[in-house]
Write a protein that binds this ligand. Structure first.
Ligand code: B16
Ligand code: MG
Length: 217
């Protein structure tokens, strides 16, 4: 049976972490405390509300559920204003070539992201047309490390989970892929991505043949 590929968005196909960082930092500063790039690293793959909870905890601040809704909306407004200006130049190295090659071979492609802004990002970066299925923060109830996002993607692709290869930059995402009984390629540093079958710096470092070889390991 042919393989299918499921891509995380932020940190795998595009670099939006810098925009998340700027928007969260602005929010933290407005509440009277700072937010570091190191803390931003910990928010990779973590959904918006959970991210806000972690930031408020770091700042030692407690807010009601209603106030949190408002703060999360404020952050998102800042974030969306920035990603609206994204261009295809912000697609990460190797992503376009790999997606193009997969498409040419007829290998199915899905998105498996925690973001609720994936449609806007895919549109701004002209990547939308590559995807046979899109599963993002708008279509799941449990976030990574729960496997729901990837299981839904496999279902939409009509492919058994054993044939799916997930590309992830976040530890929670690698755990989600393993829980889904899928193969997983980590993007980043091996020490940050335990459980990934192979870890590369970016998508330019892997070929379709190497992806297919993962099934034999
Ligand atoms: P939004 P991914 C994740 O996307 C990001 O890594 C994470 O930092 C962000 O908080 C989350 O999306 C939610 O994003 O606020 O746009 O809904 O890596 O799963 O593609
Ligand atoms: Mg990510």
């Amino acid at each position: 049976e042919p393989i299918a590929c499921i891509f995380d968005l932020d940190g795998v196909l595009v670099d939006t972490a810098v925009y998340h960082y700027k928007a969260w930092k602005q929010l933290a500063n407005s509440l009277g405390f700072d937010f570091t790039e190191l803390q931003n690293e910990e928010l990779k793959g973590v959904n918006r509300m959970r991210s806000l909870d972690m930031i408020l905890q770091w700042g030692g601040i407690e807010k009601s559920a209603g106030e949190k809704e408002i703060l999360a909306a404020q952050k998102n407004e800042q974030y969306v204003a920035m990603i609206r200006k994204m261009t295809i130049a912000e697609v990460l190295p190797g992503a376009l070539d790999l997606l193009t090659a997969l498409k040419a071979e007829g290998i199915k492609i899905a998105l498996g992201s925690a973001s609720k802004n994936s449609a806007l990002i895919l549109e701004r970066t002209a990547l939308a047309h590559f995807f046979d299925a899109i599963v993002d923060g708008n279509s799941v109830s449990s976030s990574k490390p729960d496997p729901e996002v990837f299981l839904k993607a496999a279902e939409l692709l009509n492919t058994a989970q054993e044939n799916c290869v997930v590309f992830e930059d976040a530890a929670a995402g690698v755990q989600a892929a393993i829980a889904a009984n899928m193969m997983v390629v980590g993007i980043g540093k091996p020490e940050n991505l335990p459980g990934a079958q192979v870890v590369i710096n970016d998508l330019s470092e892997i070929s379709i043949r190497e992806i297919e070889e993962l099934r034999k390991r």
